[in-house]
Design a protein around this ligand. Structure first.
Ligand code: ADP
Ligand code: MG
Length: 263
């Protein structure tokens, strides 16, 4: 005899949150025996898709190393990095280059522009290398939102540090990568340019469905994100959802004091 066991079964579990990227038990060591540095020490981190995550922690805690590994610019000594379902450690050089180019936008601390190309040519560089035509409308919107439309014919040396940084952001966002990785992107900006950059990164998540992970020291910038992950000595040392400036300050202070992260 069959009976309806529907009510007795456990309820179906909630569908898993899709992940844009994952670090699984990642160790990254530099140097060799004698002067070995463990920049990442068994770090695991899930980056949910369509979320804006901030990474905070003291200088030397491994933030930049983590971003380089997530972007496929550096390889862990052990552990795995997944981009969506792709295990970066299993890709050959050509596939890794293609994944980095097509799926990740990286905003470096120093902008990293080519000095002999104009701002506009630097912005188009990724698309040129991928032999893709930049989307004109999106490019115009980006340079407008970043306030650099009248600087496109200038060489990097003719721009301020903040303008160079914004050109680098436009270059990283032009190809609409799934994952945007930004290392202290507001560090060199005045507060107005910093706010418009944060609003743009927020729009990448809310309007365009991209995933952003950003290293920052600024509690105001962190408060724009969905979640703050704290690093200490190359490991995750706590996290904070729906951060506010005040709660970020509390967490950072607790981390610096070596105390547990407040609930
Ligand atoms: N290329 C490298 N060679 C040797 N040590 C490095 C290298 N890159 C980073 N480190 C070391 O790894 C640790 C973490 O560095 P980093 O990821 O840059 O930290 P953060 O971005 O949080 O300041 C530091 O001790 C740093 O000196
Ligand atoms: Mg750094």
């Amino acid at each position: 005899m069959t009976s309806d066991l529907g009510d007795l079964r456990s309820p179906p579990s909630a569908p898993p949150v899709p992940l844009a990227a994952r670090a699984i038990d990642v160790v990254r060591e530099y140097g060799d025996t004698g002067n070995r540095v463990r920049a990442l020490d068994g770090l695991s981190l899930d980056l949910p898709a369509r979320r804006f995550t901030a990474i905070m922690g003291a200088s030397g805690s491994g933030k930049s190393t983590l971003l380089h590994c997530l972007a496929g610019l550096d390889q862990p000594t052990s552990g795995r990095i997944l981009l969506g379902d792709t295990d970066l450690g299993r890709l050959d050089d050509a596939a890794l280059t293609a994944a980095r180019r097509d799926r990740v936008g990286f905003v470096f601390q120093d902008g990293n522009l080519l000095p002999h190309l104009t701002a506009g040519e630097n912005i188009d560089l990724g698309a040129s290398l991928a032999r893709r035509r930049p989307e004109r409308g999106w490019r115009a919107e980006l340079v407008e939102r970043l306030g650099i439309s009248d600087r496109l014919r200038h060489l990097p040396a003719q721009l301020s540090g903040g303008q160079r940084q914004r050109v680098a952001v436009a270059r990283a966002l032009l190809g609409r990568p799934d994952l945007i990785v930004a290392d202290e992107p507001t560090g060199a900006l005045d507060s107005e340019s910093g706010s418009s950059l944060l609003a743009l990164l927020r729009a990448c998540v809310d309007e365009y469905g991209q995933t952003v992970v950003m290293v920052t020291h600024d509690p105001v910038a962190a408060a724009v994100t969905d979640e703050v992950v704290l690093l200490r000595d190359g490991r995750a040392a706590g996290s904070l959802s729906s951060p506010t400036r005040g709660r970020v300050l509390e967490h950072v202070a607790a981390l610096a004091a070596g105390a547990g992260v407040p609930a």
